[in-house]
Design a protein around this ligand. Structure first.
Ligand code: NDP
Length: 496
């Protein structure tokens, strides 16, 4: 089946003003980096250089941590929750007002389809600030324990798959609880974090409450190692998460680690099959599969495996892969050459292991980084493509006969971030949710996110929760001196 021909519907990039180079946002203003080598950020759909970005050295990180400490001690930890909430509310409103500008910039820098940046990333980022604005003056009533107080300066390191949304997941709860932050965006997607600095200015956030330092792994490591950091919040690969855990072992630093996943999307024979096919598409091809909780393993009941296979392939042949700025595009560009290499390597491994590879054969643009939506069938549990995170538009199909077998296979992974169950039986959903070792279990849907709902994993998917009341726990300490005592200077954390 060939897809309908659609006339191109390109979003205009005129709404975005990209500078040729960027400094670091420290203490409420952009400053020059000291010593690091600037690097370029490119549009992965065209390989066009978008801007030159500074690399923050350990000295720059030190300046950012000092600015955050000063803002914490003098202003932010002393401010009432109601006043902090007003700033968060302002930020949320500004993100809504400037949503188009941010969505276009995110698509240019990341390669995700504009319809996803516009309809998912931006509304959810604003929603996180709105939600946490509401908590800022109610922390005493959030069942966090007696006398919840901020931790101090939080180091936050975010990945490239949802650059602004992950920033919102990190900054909103930290600020709501009275902490100040030093945030590092990923090397390949720094631009929306740098634009967020202008939102902080527009909201008249006190200088130093939010600091943005750009750079690669070494800059991240400098944040992790800095003695003035009281807590770390990291989202990224399990390998780097483990390095961070090792680095801070034996220190007083707290950490939340949101790491990889290899989610099972389980389709029972009584599932509404066309909806399940849509759920599979949304589960693994949303955001090019660059999603930690992506449904990258389909477990289908054996009796409907053939039917699901043909319906899924028919549907995939209609997905539009191409220009992310076109509003009709379903699957955009792979975020970087490095990630494309990783996907190609894993797909080659899958073929060498004996799984059957299928893709729609759709045309791909000549410039940029692209990968066709791909299905592997005949996959067994020992295959690397069934065990390792590919982080691309590639799904492995395995079969099962009984619910117990589905659970055993779903849980047979080092990860434990998410899972999906498709069946019409409510009791089976509840039984499965109880058995699945996953932080989130979706029923008859997939990849649904809400700021009120805690998100996080088990096993090698990390620890701690983000979002919801539970997400606040990571940003406060409880017991100890009263708020009055705290205002007179007795704050938690190192006053460096
Ligand atoms: P990383 O884990 O390296 O990147 C995540 C963030 O950590 C980035 O900001 C990165 O900086 C930073 N970082 C890298 N090294 C260090 C360090 N030593 N100390 C502190 N921070 C550091 O992921 P990659 O981009 O290398 O992707 C590799 C694989 O990881 C992917 O193929 C995918 O499987 C998985 N991944 C999973 C994610 C998830 O959400 N579960 C997100 C991203 C990747 P910088 O980018 O500037 O180098």
């Amino acid at each position: 089946m060939t897809p309908f021909e659609y006339a191109p519907a390109p979003e205009s990039r005129a709404v975005v003003d990209i500078a040729s180079s960027y400094g670091l946002y420290i203490g409420g203003k952009f400053v020059e980096a000291t010593g690091g080598a600037p690097f370029k950020t490119v549009n992965p759909a065209t390989e066009e250089v978008l801007a030159e970005v500074s690399e923050a050295s350990a000295d720059d990180v030190d300046a950012a941590v000092n600015a955050a400490r000063t803002a914490y001690t003098r202003v932010w930890s002393r401010m009432s929750g109601a006043d902090r909430g007003k700033y968060l509310f302002r930020i949320a409103r500004i993100l809504q007002e400037r949503a188009r500008e941010f969505a276009v910039l995110e698509t240019l820098d990341n390669g995700k389809p504009i319809k996803e940046a516009r309809d998912v990333d931006l509304p959810l980022a604003a929603a996180h600030f709105f939600y946490h604005a509401g908590w800022a003056d109610k922390l005493d009533h959030a069942s966090l324990g007696p006398n919840p107080r901020p931790l101090g300066v939080v180091g936050q390191i975010v990945p490239w798959n949802f650059p602004l949304l992950m920033l919102a997941w990190k900054i909103a709860p930290a600020l709501a609880c009275g902490n100040t932050v030093v945030l590092k965006p990923a090397e390949t997607t720094p631009l929306t974090a740098l634009l967020f600095a202008s939102v902080c200015e527009q909201a008249e956030l006190p200088p130093g409450v939010v600091n943005i330092v750009t750079g690669a792994g070494a800059t991240g490591q400098a944040i992790v190692d800095h003695p003035g950091i009281d807590k770390l919040a990291f989202t990224g690969s399990t390998a780097v998460g483990k390095m961070i855990a090792r680095s801070i072992a034996g220190t007083r630093k707290k950490a939340t680690l949101e790491l990889g996943g290899k989610a099972a999307n389980i389709i029972f024979d009584d599932a509404p099959i066309d909806q399940a096919v849509e759920g599979i598409v949304n589960g693994i091809f949303f955001n090019q599969g660059h999603v930690c909780c992506a449904g990258s393993r389909i477990l289908v009941q054996e009796s409907i495996a053939d039917e699901l296979d043909s319906r899924l392939k028919r549907r995939l042949a209609t997905l539009r892969v191409g220009d992310p700025m076109d509003k009709n595009t379903d699957v955009g560009a792979i975020n970087s050459r490095k990630q494309l290499d990783r996907i190609e390597e894993m797909v080659a491994v899958g073929e060498a292991e004996g799984a059957q590879r299928w893709d729609s054969g759709c045309e791909l643009p000549t410039n940029g980084f692209w990968f066709r939506p791909t299905v592997f069938s005949g996959v067994s549990q020992t295959h690397r493509i069934a065990q390792e995170e590919i982080f691309g538009p590639v799904v492995s199909v395995l079969t099962f006969r009984t619910p117990a077998e589905a659970v055993a296979k779903a849980n047979n992974t080092p990860y434990g971030l998410s899972a999906g169950v498709w069946t019409e039986k409510g009791s089976r959903i509840l039984w499965m949710a109880d058995q699945l070792r996953a932080g989130v279990v979706w029923a008859n849907t997939f990849n649904k996110f809400d700021p009120t709902s805690p998100f996080g994993g088990y096993k090698e998917s990390g620890y701690g929760r983000e979002g919801g009341r539970h997400g606040l726990e990571a940003y406060v300490t409880t017991g100890g001196p009263t708020r009055a005592g705290q205002r007179s200077g007795a704050t938690e954390g190192s006053a460096k």
